[in-house]
Design a protein around this ligand. Structure first.
Ligand SMILES: C[S@@+](CC[C@H](N)C(=O)[O-])C[C@H]1O[C@@H](n2cnc3c(N)ncnc32)[C@H](O)[C@@H]1O
Length: 338
């Protein structure tokens, strides 16, 4: 599984085009941040997990984490594809073997969850059937979110794969779900009026007619991080902050603990911090954890989540509208993103 042939390619700040905002760390920053990476080598008390990122391999290190400390579990493991994460390679398996891989992880995670906890498991069309099967062994599976992943090349002999799934499950029947926290502001195409002529279920805003719609299980408003977005890193499968914001706002309350054992570039931790949740994460790649730590520092100064503002999620390409609604300070940061 471990390759010695990979040579990481890094862009230095001086070699980046000026609008490329991909996170880069200088050797000095890496040296400063490295001691903050936790090592999970013996049993950890809850306080030691709070706001920390750990280097380690799942499922083995899970045994060091405390009982019932997690309110929201985000699982974004390698999908069932040949994929390299730095020096660690994941190899495609049969569907049964992938289900076994997930089962080994979920069984160890059960002990860590509170009875009211929710679980989200990311996957693509090929691996989410295994995810569904394994999740339903231990949890109540409540939904499958499909989100439009608008990136990647087309294919001449198949449909271009442009979507991913997120399975939603809960430990029990009592769980948090805050639908109002994840409404999506949509332009109204058919602005019906009541018999008296008043807008029916929509509002006239400065930039047109809109409705704050209830969240559905199909998300077409996300943008995969790319080079001009400040949240972008060189991680090969980084999730958008906006996606995590939806999961965290719907399924946790401020102050609750969000746990992500496949933390990658730290998206879950960063969004949890921006939304005043507690967090803990693990990854087996030290460089990714360094990026996560730097992003956490930047989150203190730039708490904005692209596409989300003041309790409302916006459709793609609605910066102008968001700018009008935002504080001057936020406006300025959006202007540089647009
Ligand atoms: C799909 S990515 C997660 C990306 C993350 N959500 C983000 O936004 O950056 C999966 C991550 O799992 C990590 N990983 C793979 N195998 C692992 C293992 N056995 N233990 C811990 N982490 C692992 C990889 O290094 C990679 O960063």
């Amino acid at each position: 599984m471990v390759s010695t042939t990979m040579v990481p390619i890094r862009m230095t700040n001086s070699s980046k085009p000026s609008r490329n905002r991909t996170l880069t760390l200088s050797p000095g920053e890496e040296q400063r941040l490295r001691p903050r990476i936790g090592q999970a080598q013996s049993e950890l008390p809850i306080d030691a997990c709070d706001g920390r990122v750990f280097f380690g391999s799942v499922p083995e290190v899970l045994d060091f984490f405390p009982d019932h400390f997690v309110d929201l579990l985000i699982l974004d493991p390698p999908y069932n594809l040949d994929k390299r994460f730095g020096e660690v390679a994941f190899h495609q398996k049969s569907m049964q073997e992938y289900a076994q891989y997930l089962d080994n992880i979920l069984r160890r995670l059960l002990r860590l969850l509170r009875p009211t906890a929710s679980i989200y498991l990311c996957g693509d069309w090929k691996c989410s059937p295994a995810g569904y099967e394994v999740l339903s062994r231990y949890f109540q599976v409540r939904n499958r979110i499909t989100w439009e992943r608008e990136k990647g090349r087309g294919a001449m002999s198949n449909w271009k794969n442009c979507s991913e799934d997120i399975l939603f499950a809960t430990v029990g029947t009592h769980y948090t779900f805050c639908a109002d926290a994840v409404r999506l502001r949509r332009r109204v195409i058919a602005p019906y009026r009541t018999a008296e002529g008043a807008p029916k279920d929509w509002t006239q805003g400065e930039s047109g007619k809109f409705r704050d719609t209830m969240p559905s299980n199909f998300w077409s408003d996300l943008t995969i991080p790319y080079w001009s977005m400040p949240e972008n890193t060189a991680h090969p499968t980084q999730k958008p902050e906006k996606l995590l914001a939806k999961l965290i706002l719907a399924s946790s309350r401020p102050g609750e603990m969000v746990f992500d054992p496949f933390l990658g570039s730290g998206t879950t931790a960063v969004v949890a911090r921006k939304l005043n949740r507690r967090f803990c994460g693990i990854d087996c790649n030290e460089e990714y954890l360094l990026w996560a730590l730097r992003r956490l520092e930047l989150a203190e100064r730039f708490p904005r989540i692209q596409g989300y503002d003041n309790g409302i999620f916006y459709e793609r390409n609605t910066f102008a509208e968001q700018r009008r609604k935002s504080s001057p300070e936020l406006s300025e940061s959006m202007a540089s993103d647009a």
